[in-house]
Design a protein around this ligand. Structure first.
Ligand code: CP
Length: 314
């Protein structure tokens, strides 16, 4: 059974990007695929874009949708095996996933990392259990280590804005944030860019914030943000917590906010961020509100990334 958890899982990256752009051009042409089908969406964490764009994508394909916010809508779930469930958890993941997956033809799941135990998060233990118990294909709506629908939307957006370019100079830049955030978006973005032959990726991150090499390489990583910005076509910004000192926020010297002055170093570069974003912490108003900001287009393209993936699996 096919599942969509990472780059190249259900089709080569370039093919999925092209499919996404086709769906955007003619969103309702594949309505037959969803006839008498249901897409289930299970959220263990909050969402605006992933939730609504997935619903819209399913509707564009003629499918019905259910959405369940775990912990709020259902029973309090137990994840550990062999436990005596005489506490607060009322239902085991084992039954819950088997039951929920019998109510749909494709199931999307969002489950963030706890950012406490790196081995546990990077083993994708929860997603592995979900895949084991699910009777239908599973789509990651963001896991402990990756956010593949976001990355596909990001590549769709870059291809849409620069359709003819043989090579795009893309910089993934860390930016400040008051809370410890997962590495899933930057991991995934690096993985997808590294898999696309038309993207030349480099990563700008303070010392202590280097991504896991399994995601970052072969892209180079530098702690010189200003040098990295020179002549860039795209600045893709995100905060993330430390991988080496897992989940921590080591002190960062200097100013890493994305400012108009830094954007002026680029090749009239476009600004990208997956949203939600903290204005004037991660990025200055002058940048996100500029004509070079692609954030709304990126968010809209979440529909077509989900549509391309659901269409393949339906
Ligand atoms: N970018 C993204 O995944 O947004 P949400 O968390 O709102 O779904």
């Amino acid at each position: 059974m096919k599942n969509f958890l990472k780059a190249n899982d259900i089709a080569p990256v370039n093919k999925l990007v092209a499919k996404g752009l086709q769906h955007k051009k003619d969103p309702f042409v594949s309505q037959h695929l969803g006839k008498n089908k249901t897409i289930g969406l299970l959220f263990f964490n909050s969402s605006l874009r992933t939730r609504l764009s997935s619903i819209r994508a399913a509707e564009n394909l003629g499918a019905k949708v259910w959405v369940l916010d775990a912990g709020k809508d259902g029973w309090n779930l137990e994840f550990e095996h062999g436990t005596v469930m005489d506490g607060t958890t009322a239902e085991h993941l084992k039954e819950a996933i088997q039951v929920m997956s019998s109510y749909c033809d494709v199931m999307g799941v969002r489950a963030f990392p706890k950012l406490i135990d790196r081995e546990e998060d990077y083993s994708e233990k929860l997603f592995k259990d979900i895949l084991h118990y699910s009777k239908v294909p599973v789509v990651s709506l963001e896991s402990a280590t990756r956010h593949p629908l976001q990355s596909l939307a990001d590549l769709i957006t870059m291809k849409e804005v620069f359709p003819e370019r043989q090579k795009l100079k893309v910089v993934l830049s860390w930016a400040p944030h008051p809370r410890a955030l997962p590495q899933s978006v930057p991991n995934s973005f690096a993985e997808w860019c590294n898999a696309a032959d038309w993207i030349d990726l480099s990563i700008a991150a303070p010392i202590g914030y280097e991504l896991a090499e399994e995601f970052s390489t072969p892209a180079t990583t530098t702690s010189d943000q200003v040098a990295a910005f020179e002549n860039a076509d795209i600045i893709y910004t995100k905060n993330w917590s430390s991988y080496s000192d897992y989940g921590a926020r080591p002190h960062v010297a200097g100013d890493w906010i994305i400012s108009a002055e830094k954007m002026a170093l680029t090749n009239n570069g476009k600004f990208m961020h997956c949203l939600p974003v903290r204005r004037n912490v991660v990025v200055a108003d002058a940048v996100i509100d500029s004509k070079n900001s692609l954030v709304i287009q990126q968010a809209e393209n979440r529909i077509y990334s989900a549509q391309a993936v659901f269409a393949e699996l339906l």
